[in-house]
Design a protein around this ligand. Structure first.
Ligand SMILES: C[S@@+](CC[C@H](N)C(=O)[O-])C[C@H]1O[C@@H](n2cnc3c(N)ncnc32)[C@H](O)[C@@H]1O
Length: 252
């Protein structure tokens, strides 16, 4: 099924709000971080070592920051390709990507492993771009296992996601907008409540001091470890750019 799937039901019970206990956000906090790798309406080609073909990415600044390729997405894609080629990491896995933007990371997972069932998710305005990129990169057969779905952080998880079967959650460059911090933590918690053994690969680029607040929230609910099984020398390279790749596990 390669069509965009809408959540079967949506709840607005948790809405975006700025945490009042921490005072009013500064102007800088409210501006989404800027660091696009691409310009509006460009088609970008990414070389991910371990993939036979370049990934073609349609980008579009129109629907917001997610329409542009961000650096942590590339780091996470490279990690998946490396680990999968070493250990068949993605074989028969059910994978959910949060805040996919262009769809890059989930698409790479779908290219790497035909047996993996992948859900690339984001806010509604990104769905068409993700779908376009799924079509650009995956054959009709591969597309049967890569689904595009709306998932808004902080809201009730869409009931038509295979939550109990989900083994792996991917998130890249999702720490950039302070009012969304508690919403993302809530969604990660909700996912980990359904399956306590779920593995979360979380790649982020440090941009501002406020990012620390995200991790103070997160650490109440998750153990965080830097991945130590990336391609030799890779970690040093991305850490020089302020990027970290973490593995999260639920605290009991
Ligand atoms: C900086 S972009 C990163 C996109 C992509 N993961 C990448 O690495 O290129 C952050 C993404 O988070 C998504 N996002 C922000 N707030 C969200 C929310 N409340 N619910 C779902 N997605 C959200 C944005 O739409 C955007 O696609």
């Amino acid at each position: 099924m390669d069509d965009i799937e809408a959540p079967a039901s949506r709840s607005r019970s948790r809405s975006i709000s700025t945490p009042s206990s921490e005072g009013l956000p500064t102007f800088d906090d409210l501006l989404p971080a800027r660091a696009p790798l691409t310009l509006p309406n460009e088609e970008k080609r990414l070389v991910i070592p371990g993939l036979d073909l370049d990934v073609k990415l349609k980008v579009d600044a129109g629907p917001g920051c997610g329409g542009i390729a961000w650096p942590a997405g590339e780091v996470l894609s490279r990690y998946l390709a490396y680990r999968h080629n070493q250990t068949a990491l993605l074989e028969n896995k059910t994978i959910l990507e949060l805040g996919s933007g262009t769809g890059l990371v989930g698409i790479v997972a779908g290219i790497l492993e035909p047996s993996a069932k992948v859900w690339v998710t984001d806010q509604r305005q990104l769905l068409h771009l993700m779908k376009e990129n799924v079509h650009l990169n995956l054959s009709p057969l591969q597309r049967t296992n890569v689904h595009v779905m709306e998932l808004n952080w902080g809201e009730t998880l869409p009931p038509n996601l295979p939550l109990k079967q989900t083994d792996l959650v991917l998130a890249a460059d999702c720490v950039y907008f302070e009012p969304a911090f508690p919403l993302l933590v809530q969604t990660l918690r909700d996912l980990a409540m359904v399956n306590e053994h779920i593995e979360i690969l979380f790649c982020w680029k440090k941009r501002r001091k406020a990012d620390k607040r995200f991790f103070s929230l997160l650490k109440h609910h998750f153990y965080m470890n830097h991945v130590d099984d990336d391609r030799p020398n890779e970690r040093e390279k991305y850490q020089r750019e302020g990027i970290s790749l973490l593995r999260l596990h639920r605290r009991h």
